[in-house]
Design a protein around this ligand. Structure first.
Ligand code: GLU
Length: 306
């Protein structure tokens, strides 16, 4: 369990935590565990528990998933203030943050399609070179667009050439005036805890706004955590590495630094982390098979909410 007395770098506030599901599938027991850890933390420390719907991926988001997620959480006995923050209703906030980064000269328009970028990587690897990959195993974005002149960028944008926006990682890191890290009150996948050094460069030029959506996970999560005064970001260890990017963006945009608590994931009998695409382990499916809320809470390795 997170230690509320760990010293944050910001003045002490009433703890506020959030559970932030993406409504592109049903919740599984691993999500229940994360929601319950957040909920218990808030309750034990007289703090607030918020639910935030991270629905920026409009092609995969479904209202029926959001309904089922909220219904599962209520059924587990959790309560939160309404209305919940829905990211799709706040694109303007993310645009403002993106504009700040643009004014600082830290982002650039990325014109390569997914297929074009993949082809560049393929050709380079075919010639025997090692292409850098991010902590999730995805290849770094090629540097072609970063090297384009301002004039060419402006011309292509004016001509309506579709583009995303990416962070110029090297430039962003160069601008920092102190080493970057965070205070971890949980543990990373390698047992990291306490004072953790951030390694945003491992991600390459991350995407901050997509062609079809004016934001990305990294950008909207830091804007919302700041907007909602989240003091403790409690989430699964699968997001531990992403925290490096979040800390970098917070630092550049002058946003407060929350404490981070990454927790172990729930795995299936083969030791693999549960996945939304495996509908059989969803809470909805387990409920339909007659599981009680107490059964799910026990499967999540948590005490009852009562
Ligand atoms: N929306 C993310 C997910 O469902 C969680 C993001 C976070 O907790 O920072 O995996």
């Amino acid at each position: 369990m997170p230690d509320v007395n760990a010293t944050p770098n910001t003045p002490p506030t009433v703890p506020v935590v959030r559970f932030a599901p993406s409504p592109n599938g049903l919740l599984h027991v691993g999500h229940a565990r994360s929601a319950l850890i957040n909920w218990h933390f808030a309750r034990d420390h007289g703090g607030g528990f918020l639910v935030r719907i991270e629905d920026i991926d409009i092609s995969r988001t479904r209202p029926e998933f959001e309904r089922a997620i909220l219904d599962d959480l209520r059924w587990l006995g959790l309560e939160w203030p309404e209305p919940v923050r829905r990211q799709s209703e706040h694109f303007e906030d993310y645009r403002v943050a993106l504009h700040e980064l643009r004014k600082l000269g830290l982002i650039y328009p990325a014109f390569l399609s997914r297929a074009e970028a993949a082809e560049i990587v393929r050709q380079s690897e075919a010639s025997g070179r090692t292409w850098p990959r991010d902590p999730d195993g995805a290849p770094h974005y090629p540097d072609i667009d970063r090297r384009r002149s301002e004039t060419e960028r402006d011309r292509r944008i004016a001509e309506g050439d579709p583009h995303a926006w990416r962070l110029d990682m090297e430039c962003a890191i160069k601008g920092l005036d102190a080493p970057l890290g965070w205070r971890e009150i949980g543990t990373g996948p390698g047992g990291e805890t306490g004072s953790v050094t951030a390694d945003p460069a491992a991600w390459g030029d991350v995407i901050l706004a997509r062609r079809d959506v004016p934001t990305s996970y990294h950008l909207s999560v830091i804007v919302d955590d700041a907007f909602q005064n989240i003091s403790h970001v409690i989430r699964g260890q699968d997001l531990f590495a992403a925290t490096s990017v979040h800390r970098l963006l917070q630092e550049i945009l002058g946003l407060p630094e929350p404490l981070y608590c990454h927790h172990a994931l729930v795995c299936d009998s083969h030791g693999r982390k549960l996945s939304k695409s495996d509908g059989d382990t969803s809470i909805t499916a387990l409920r339909a098979q007659g599981a009680s809320a107490e059964d799910i809470i026990a499967l999540a390795g948590m005490p009852t909410t009562a």
